[in-house]
Design a protein. Sequence first.
Length: 277
Amino acid sequence: MKAIAFIDYENIWKGLHECGLEISPEEFIVLLENYARKIKVDLRAVYLYANFDKEEFWRTQTAFEKNNIFTRHVYGKNNYVNTDLRQNAADMELMLEVQEILLTRGAAVDIFLLFTGDGDFLPIIRRIRAWGKEIKIIGVKNKTNRLLNPYCENFDVFFELLPSSSARYSPATDYVQAIEYLAELQLKLPYIASTKARSYLSERLDRTMSEIKELVQYLLTENYLLEEELNDPNLIIKKTKIYLLNLANPAVQEILGDAVEKLAARYQKLNSDIVNG
């Protein structure tokens, strides 16, 4: 049977993340291949939809495209990057593409594979079935809308077919290096904007952006890192969030050694521009 897969990547990624699983693009591709073999289909094409502006997905689009996955980046106004408007746009684009294939290449497809847990796709599911095509919904267990249950795969695809290396990230394994890298960056720049810091840590530690966000939250919770708001007249919005290492923390002092004094001098220059909460 000839199949095409459509992947609501943000929905699947969020469901897996809530279950404590971090999945790389390479692991996701292995899962797709394993699944196609298990259900004995010829997977002709894979379309993947996501807002690649999100930090979690910054380094994923190229990885997917290198493996012949057709990615669809949903554009929108920057004001709506962190709202449901972008997600709804991704849903709409996926549904339109399914309809286009039904109308123009319907004879070339026997079965549609839809990776999602979003109940908003029920209308397009019914449209596919009305065309006499088979459809399978592959969602994350306990994270899939109950309206999709009649169409769902009858086994736990992700937990059965994911590579065994997928495991919960532990930020405690990286915190020492993270403190060193942040100090290194702070000594080069006037200040570390939060987005710059996360991007730098992702590159230096070779971690996904979701892992870096977890790491930063760990540093903040453990009081190794401080988050402040800084006035910057060069920016359009005139202020930005920055990270400062907590130089009063004994663990930070031990990790950084002599660099503490240099950082303290730099932080002193920033004090007048920090917005008091």
